[in-house]
Write a protein that binds this ligand. Structure first.
Ligand code: AMP
Length: 363
């Protein structure tokens, strides 16, 4: 069976690496000639809205999935007329727009930070008056890794923020003084069977995920599973989905969804019985889903902007190196390491060591 993937970055690369042992083959579509997944899959180099290329992809494969969130909705609609596409394009459309996403959370009674739709400077002033400061002004679409966001701390920040982001569709969110950030990753196949990984606790460095640790058992697991289950049903979802959440005073507030495999689940490659990548493939093919139980205590540290020396990483006991073969650029995720230990104390120590070794180069 041949799977098409829109986007040829590290997520596509890890999907292909998970799929080869299962006898699957992969074709990725990406505008870049040096897309890192092209080292392990065949590449159609084209823009995401190139209908000839999309048709070629649909003709070559049995189904198409995606690893990249900013694929134009029209391209997915076009593809869907030519071959099966999972997750459902409607899920991608909602994830591409923070306002639609927040409205969906509200409809499903999933708590969110206070937010307002901002279409003018007057809306922004009104939203600040209603929500208060500090608050975060965000573009509704195309934002990732903290891009397209400005924190407003005082009313003097309103004008410069409007100068920078005004003219785009915006949303203002209350700045949440969270205790920690977590995410839950689940998979649903075409039959409607579901599985969920344990919550992951996520640490960010200037908006970019730096470290994710599997929480094993956590009091908030059942609540988070309830939220992601209602999103699955609402969207008749197929594939892996991540839901990012803020923990505040023992409650969960939804931040955003990612309708794809997710960076906070990279620890599942060595840290769970079946990884998020294999489970995504199983879900979209409609195979039985795999066991999500963690294997020991696991965590992941991203390499951002620069790779450490391979030797420095692999000499650490129980550490697994993942090098994406991407050109280093400030702020770019170019690899990660997973660590698995028998105790949470050993895990914490190993993560500290990795964080010391891993340079972060950000612009
Ligand atoms: P996002 O692109 O919305 O996931 O934002 C990136 C990171 O910025 C999040 O993981 C948080 O660390 C931080 N952030 C985003 N929105 C908020 C918010 N409303 N309150 C506090 N921190 C936020």
């Amino acid at each position: 069976m041949k799977i098409g993937i829109l986007g040829g970055g590290q997520l596509a690369r890890m999907l292909a690496l998970a799929g080869y042992p299962l006898g699957l083959q992969f074709v990725v579509l990406d505008p870049s000639a040096d897309a890192c997944a092209a080292q392990v899959a065949s590449l159609i180099q084209a823009d995401y809205d190139d209908e000839n290329a999309l048709k070629q992809l649909a003709d070559e494969v049995d189904l198409v999935t995606f690893e990249f969130e900013n694929v134009p909705a029209a391209s997915l609609a076009f593809l869907k007329d030519n071959c099966p596409v999972y997750p459902p394009p409607a899920a991608l459309q909602i994830a591409q727009d923070r306002l639609q996403e927040k409205n969906m959370f509200c409809k499903l009674n999933i708590p969110v930070p206070e937010f307002r739709d901002v279409q003018s400077k007057h809306d922004l002033q009104q939203a600040v008056a209603e929500i208060g400061l500090p608050a975060v002004l965000k573009t509704r679409s195309m934002g990732y890794d903290g891009k397209g966001q400005i924190v407003l701390k005082s009313s003097e920040d309103i004008e410069p923020a409007w100068q920078t982001l005004g003219g785009q569709l915006l949303i203002l969110e209350a700045m949440v003084a969270f205790d920690r950030e977590v995410s839950i990753i689940g998979a649903r196949n075409r039959q409607g069977d579901t599985v969920f990984y344990p919550l992951s606790e996520n640490l960010h460095h200037q908006g970019i995920l730096h470290c994710a640790r599997c929480l094993g058992s956590d009091d908030l697991q059942v609540l988070a599973e309830g939220y992601i289950k209602s999103i699955f049903s609402e969207m008749d979802y197929v594939g892996v989905l991540a839901l990012e959440l803020f923990v505040v005073n023992g409650q969960l507030l939804a931040n955003e969804i990612a309708p794809r495999v997710h960076n906070s689940g990279h620890w599942t490659i060595e840290g769970a019985q079946i990884s998020q990548f294999e489970n995504h493939l199983r879900a979209v093919i409609d195979w039985p889903l795999g066991n999500t139980d963690p294997v020991e205590f696991a965590a992941m540290v991203n390499f951002i902007g620069a790779m450490p020396e391979a030797r420095d990483i692999i000499q650490l006991t129980d550490v697994h190196l993942h090098h994406y073969h991407k050109a280093p650029r400030p702020g770019r995720k170019i690899g990660h390491a997973t660590v698995r230990k028998r105790s949470s104390e050993d895990l914490a120590e190993a993560v500290d060591t990795l964080l010391r070794i891993a340079p972060v180069v950000k612009d």
